[in-house]
Design a protein around this ligand. Structure first.
Ligand code: FPP
Length: 258
């Protein structure tokens, strides 16, 4: 069955547009506690933001969106909360299939995926398979993900290849290391957003965000919707990216324009 092509809608941002956005979805617990509810209600409400932001990004033409859904450190949370998050994930992976298909979104997971409970892992593999031929945005869910764990896992695989003689130690450089990360084909994030006002990167994509632009939203994740996304995109459109080089004619901070 062929689906109608996705209509790309871009806001008038007046500047560069990020091809890859990564988001640290923070503040679910605080959002719920601030309303006198249990933390888990914040996670439930956060699903609404996941749906809205995924759909908006896909429609605006973002090529990749990476969401930090569950970190390797999150396993240390109370058993009940972890259990709830896993059930929510399982449900999300089934319920969101029509939305992913309607918006031509391909889903892929990064992280120590084998740590997930069997049922969630099975739903994940099914949804990955179902959306594999979608050609619009790539939605990457970071699950049981930690950047240090990713680098450790990469080094283990690299050491194995060195021992097997398929790669030489002298070949190590940025691009060789990239090949051993969980996903070597998706370009690095252009924009990293964190919600709830916290100024930390929390072990997220440490290697890949070397030159990402950072944006911190004061809203908690359940409140981060289309208007907040547009504010982040407008802010990004004003950034001047230098990647360690120089930009000729870039404004000098504090210097009055002629
Ligand atoms: C941080 O809020 C958020 C998480 C630990 C997980 C993010 C999960 C969701 C948005 C819902 C599930 C998502 C999917 C894709 C199934 P927090 O609990 O650390 O908030 P706090 O800092 O206020 O305590």
């Amino acid at each position: 069955m062929s689906r109608p092509r996705l209509q790309i809608v871009r806001p008038e941002l007046g500047g560069p547009f990020p091809e890859h956005i990564a988001i640290i979805m923070d503040g679910n617990g605080r959002w719920a506690k601030g309303r006198g509810m249990m933390r888990v209600f914040g996670h439930k409400e956060g699903i609404g933001s996941v749906r809205e932001i995924t759909t908006e990004c896909a429609r605006m033409g973002v090529k990749s969106l990476t969401l930090y859904a569950f970190s390797v450190e999150n396993w240390k949370r109370p058993r009940q909360e972890v259990g709830y998050l896993m059930e929510l994930l399982e449900q999300f992976l089934v319920d969101e299939r029509p939305t992913l298909m309607d918006n031509d979104v391909r889903l892929r997971a990064i992280g120590r995926i084998d740590d997930l409970p069997e049922a969630a892992l099975a739903r994940l593999r099914e949804t990955e398979r179902l959306t594999a031929n979608n050609e619009g945005m790539l939605l990457r869910l970071a699950l049981s993900y930690g950047a240090r764990a990713e680098i450790a896992d990469a080094l283990k695989r690299f050491a194995r290849d060195v021992a097997a003689g398929t790669v030489r130690e002298s070949e190590i450089d940025d691009e060789t290391l990239r090949r051993y990360l969980y996903d070597s084909t998706t370009p690095d994030p252009d924009l990293l957003i964190r919600t709830s006002g916290e100024l930390r990167v929390s072990n997220f994509l440490l290697w890949q965000i070397s030159y990402s632009e950072l944006y911190v939203a004061k809203e908690c994740w359940p409140e981060f919707r289309r208007p907040q996304l547009l504010a982040a995109l407008e802010d990004y459109a004003r950034r001047v990216r230098k990647f360690g080089g120089l930009v000729v004619d870039a404004p000098v901070p504090g210097e009055a324009k002629a």
